[in-house]
Design a protein around this ligand. Structure first.
Ligand code: FES
Length: 89
C-alpha cells in the first residue's frame, strides 16, 4: 500500500510505502525534511497534520492536546491514509 504525502506550504509531494515512516520516505525521495535523531527524541521532525491518519509503533511523546492539534513525529509516524502536512503553525 502506497500513500501520497503533500507538504505545505511548499506543495511538495512524495510517496510513503507500507512499513516506512514518513521521514524515511521523505529522505529517500530527497525531500528537504528537517530531522536529527530519527528516534523520536529531538523534535526536529515535528510537523502538523492537516489531513489524514498516522499510526505509531510506540506512542510518541506528545500530549493529547498536541495530538489533537495535529502534531506528529514524522520519524515515528506510519501513514494510514494519504496525508497533508505542514510546518506552518
Ligand atoms: S528526528 Fe528527532 S524526533 Fe524525529
Amino acid at each position: 500500500m502506497t500513500f501520497t504525502v503533500r507538504l505545505l506550504p511548499e506543495n511538495l509531494e512524495f510517496t510513503v510505502e507500507h512499513g516506512q515512516t514518513v521521514l524515511d520516505a521523505a529522505i529517500r525521495q530527497q525531500i528537504p525534511f528537517p530531522y536529527r535523531c530519527r528516534v523520536g527524541a529531538c523534535g526536529m521532525c515535528l510537523c502538523k497534520k492537516l489531513s489524514g491518519e498516522v499510526s505509531y509503533q510506540l506512542e510518541p511523546m506528545l500530549t493529547e492536546e498536541e495530538q489533537s492539534q495535529g502534531w506528529i513525529f514524522s520519524c515515528q509516524a506510519y501513514a494510514q491514509t494519504h496525508l497533508v502536512l505542514t510546518w506552518d503553525e
